[in-house]
Design a protein around this ligand. Structure first.
Ligand code: ATP
Length: 352
């Protein structure tokens, strides 16, 4: 487990020096940044985009999605925490930010949305499975190389968007490709992939209760992965290929209404297990699940932050339509929570 280099007390100290009337939202220009900046703009919060020269033109191309201010860096791994703190910034972690910063994320002396401890739990696959099991979720079996007796997906360490993953069927096939490598071997789940996006707010009990607050179902996606998701075309074209799982994009999914109870209960259990294990997960989180032919959910990943699947609905999803009478994206929901917490003097509850 990583050593938390910056304490919660230190972050509260930094926050105490903030001008609460001029809070800003900051993130790295990547992953879900357009949505985060767009959402903050709708809520009237100014934004800072940590950016490289090469990327800047991409963000400039979207006047409503670009940050109010660019903070230029040579390398996205170097987040200028001091400068952000001087500007009253709250950092919103997303997949790229977590991946680029590595262990440096635990040193940044700037308030971050959510609980930094959760990032350590989602990064380490063994810990992540401990968390999902503590929540009572059904998960795929994890096998050691010599015990491979069924189709398994072999995963490289870290969030790589599925890159380099491979399906193997036997110990021999495993050793041929992954001998000596740091990988996880997981039973291959057969079914429909369902990736629900949640928001946990400890500030209100008005909704689906979880822990001291409520969870909202903000949306659901499914991914397009190359080349597995267009496999039928490749096969029809008479080609043979080895399946790969590199994420290329996402599409919206709406599930049978009768499955919503399971979706909410999984989210609630994940929040409550996070409370017990490491002090909770205020803010956005997501599960990656497969639903089998018996309508059973199996979870193989939890992300304690905003996920890229939420980029599908900057103007709101088929689920937020029933919660908010206005367009509500995950980016906007984040900004609204920051606004609400600031107004109620409860920022300490949602930041670390
Ligand atoms: P990210 O952090 O972006 O979610 P990752 O590198 O952690 O990516 P996973 O999400 O674990 O990768 O897996 C990538 C893809 O591989 C999934 O979206 C899914 O399609 C497939 N996959 C992963 N685990 C399984 C499994 N146990 N059974 C079947 N397919 C799986």
């Amino acid at each position: 487990m990583v050593d938390m280099k910056v304490t919660k007390e230190k972050i509260q100290e930094v926050l105490a020096g903030y001008d609460k009337k001029n809070l800003r939202i900051a993130t790295i220009c990547s992953h879900t940044a357009l949505q985060i900046f767009h959402g903050a703009r709708l809520e009237g919060i100014k934004t800072i985009g940590i950016c490289t020269e090469k990327r800047r033109k991409i963000y400039e191309a979207f006047p409503l999605g670009k940050p109010d201010e660019f903070l230029m860096v040579d390398d996205l791994r170097d987040i200028p925490a001091d400068e952000l703190a001087e500007k009253n910034a709250i950092l919103v972690p997303h997949g790229s930010l977590v991946e680029y910063s590595g262990d440096r994320i635990y040193e940044l002396e700037v308030p971050m949305l959510g609980n930094r401890n959760s990032l350590a739990w989602e990064k380490d696959r063994a810990k992540m499975f401990e968390w999902m099991k503590a929540a009572g979720l059904q998960v795929p079996a994890t096998l050691s190389p010599d015990k491979i007796d069924r189709p398994c997906v072999v995963k490289l360490a870290g969030a790589k968007g599925g890159r380099g993953y491979k399906v193997v069927h036997s110990p021999e096939e495993f050793y041929e490709h992954f001998e000596g490598m740091n990988v996880t071997i997981q039973e291959y789940l057969i079914g429909v992939r369902v990736y629900p996006h949640y928001f946990y707010s400890p500030l209100s009990k008005d909704g689906y209760r979880a822990s001291e607050g409520k969870i909202e179902l903000i949306g659901i996606d499914r991914r397009f992965e190359s080349n597995i998701d267009e496999a039928y075309r490749t096969e029809k074209a008479g080609l043979t290929f080895s399946p790969s799982f590199t994420v290329v994009g996402n599409e919206l999914l709406v599930i049978r209404e009768s499955l919503l109870e399971d979706v909410f209960e999984m989210g609630k259990s994940i929040v409550e297990a996070a409370d017990r294990l490491f002090g909770g997960i205020p803010g956005p989180f997501c599960l990656e699940t497969v639903v089998d032919e018996n309508l059973q959910f199996f979870a193989f990943e939890v992300s304690a932050r905003i996920v890229a699947g939420t980029n599908i609905y900057p103007q709101g999803s088929p689920y937020t339509a029933y919660i908010y009478g206005e367009p509500m994206s995950m980016g906007r929901r984040i900004a609204r929570e920051i606004k609400l917490a600031s107004k109620e003097n409860k920022l300490a509850k949602i930041l670390y």
